[in-house]
Design a protein around this ligand. Structure first.
Ligand code: FAD
Length: 471
């Protein structure tokens, strides 16, 4: 009997649940990826993620060939291509890993239905997270809405079984090749142009290995360094987790072992991996929150609208708000497709609570720009910052962008990197240039602050008051 493995957000040949299940369940296993027109046609013609995916597919194809298989790459809609391929290859089952985004679930339902029409089945498995869906629930059987108790339950449940890898290599003899596996297309073949700058994250699973090696030398300092954007604190593995070019079990296993050995940095990093699981289970239990406020009373907030609001939004996107740390962060995002976590919090809070704009506008901008864009994590982050989320920042806590700058980029090193026009200012002036060094700013092409933080703060408290009256 024959099976087809359909790769989606799991672009690696090692420790892959669906691939392992197919190899242990069928005598001949084919592998495929669909460059899905339902997703790609909506993107701008230059998109870093498309470039990253093609690079990752190349590595995946090479790795599969080393094991005796090969990757079939199709360009079309998954709902058409997968059933067609299954029929052409005469497979009885298609194996894939869970993707719990609402759109992915409806896509999978369409694929399953078509497969069923010729008695083939879609079989799906957990692979993308350590615990999914209903695996970590409260004692009363409900879903956790607060992170810390969720994390405690997660840590209590986790053991070697959940963190061990699927030994794909041991069963690789079932991998089959076919003439249909004729290489990975180039960007131009699928109508895209280079977007540049994905080199810093490396190519596919090989890039992930290199970043992981580098991070493991620093993991013990993660807790001390992770909040400062000018230094190399975090792992930069997010894009690899997003596309599955690294296994979450492998990362969690390393962090968990080190934590048990007393490594505090690794313990804090493991917490971040648990946040990732947390937001994925929030998406499973509360799909409505992917488009509306998790707490419905927050949808009563009246955000700024009209031409002035549009101009503020534009300034935010372009990194021209007059708040240097915010601007440096927004430029980092558009130049590299990455933004440091501390700065995601600062810029998101700034959009909702200083500019008074609907957090969904910012969420959508991040979704277009981030190489690591992930619906569950991005939505979770935005709802945290705007206070509408499940375990969110209380609405009356409002980051002061200048104070954040002084605290987390004290010397202005990060600001200087992305706002070179401010590079000549000293470490005190650089956080509030027009206020602290007005003379030095004469003739410098850098905007004055688009809002007064103290005024904006009062307005936000008033704007959010509607929440209190409805809660
Ligand atoms: P590290 O600090 O090395 O963390 C390791 C991994 O843990 C990350 O790669 C990520 O997979 C996970 N992680 C860390 N923090 C979080 C978190 N708060 N929530 C969920 N997972 C987390 N992360 C995304 O992967 N995609 C997004 O689209 C995204 N959007 C965000 C939007 C906002 C407004 C905020 C505040 C956060 C967002 N995050 C998002 C979470 C976090 O900022 C990034 O995961 C992190 O900055 C990625 O860098 P890293 O891999 O170097 O992280």
């Amino acid at each position: 009997d024959r099976a087809l493995v359909w790769f989606r957000r799991d672009l690696r040949a090692d420790d892959n649940a669906a691939l392992y299940r197919a190899l242990t369940g069928a005598r001949q296993v084919f592998c495929a990826f669909v460059l899905d027109r339902d997703i790609l046609d909506a993107l701008p013609r230059a998109d870093r993620r498309v470039e990253f995916i093609l690079g990752a597919l190349q590595v995946l194809d090479e790795d599969l060939r080393k094991l005796g298989g090969a990757l079939i790459v199709r360009h079309g809609t998954a709902a058409d291509e997968i059933p067609r391929l299954a029929a052409e290859l005469g497979v009885q089952a298609v194996f894939a890993n869970h993707d719990d985004e609402p759109q992915a679930l409806s896509r999978d339902a369409r694929v399953a239905e078509r497969l069923a029409s010729f008695n083939a089945a879609l079989r799906t498995f957990k692979d993308h997270v350590v615990f999914e869906r209903r695996e970590v629930m409260t004692g009363a059987g409900g879903a956790y809405g607060v992170f810390t108790p969720y994390k405690n339950a997660w840590l209590k449940k986790v053991d070697e079984f959940y963190l061990s890898s699927y030994p794909v290599e041991r069963h690789a003899q079932a991998l089959a090749t076919t003439a249909l596996a004729n290489g990975v297309p180039a960007l131009a073949d699928i109508g895209f142009r280079p977007a540049g700058l994905t080199a810093h994250v490396g190519q596919g699973s090989r890039g992930a290995d290199a970043l992981l090696d580098d991070f493991l030398d620093r993991i013990s300092d993660y807790d001390k360094k992770r909040d400062f954007p000018a230094i190399k604190g975090p792992s930069y593995l997010s894009v690899h987790l997003r596309f599955g070019t690294v296994s979450i079990r492998r990362l969690a296993r390393i962090a968990h072992q080190r934590m048990l050995g007393g490594d505090h940095g690794a313990e804090v990093w493991l917490s971040e991996l648990i946040w990732r699981d947390f937001y994925h289970q929030v998406m499973h239990h509360h799909p409505h929150a992917m488009t509306a406020a998790f707490r419905p009373e927050y949808d009563a907030i009246a955000w700024e609208t009209g031409p002035h609001a549009d101009a503020l939004f534009q300034a935010w996107c372009e990194g021209r708000t007059g708040f240097p740390l915010v601007d440096a962060a927004m430029r980092q995002l558009s130049q590299t497709g990455y933004m440091h976590n501390r700065l995601r919090m600062v810029t998101a809070s700034f959009l909702a609570k200083d500019l008074g704009l609907d957090w969904r506008r910012g969420e959508a901008w991040f979704a277009r720009q981030l190489l690591d864009f992930d619906l569950a994590a991005n939505n979770g982050g935005w709802q945290w910052a705007s206070s509408s989320g499940c375990d969110a920042q209380p609405y009356f806590r409002i980051f002061n962008p200048t104070a954040q700058s002084e605290k987390f980029d004290a010397e202005g090193r990060f600001i200087r990197r992305y706002c070179p026009e401010l590079a000549g200012l000293d470490a005190k002036a650089i956080h509030a240039p027009w206020e602290r060094a007005p003379l030095a700013m004469q003739g410098v092409d850098y905007p004055r602050p688009v809002v007064d933080h103290a005024v904006a703060r009062e307005r936000t408290l008033a704007r959010y008051a509607v929440v209190k009256s409805r809660a």
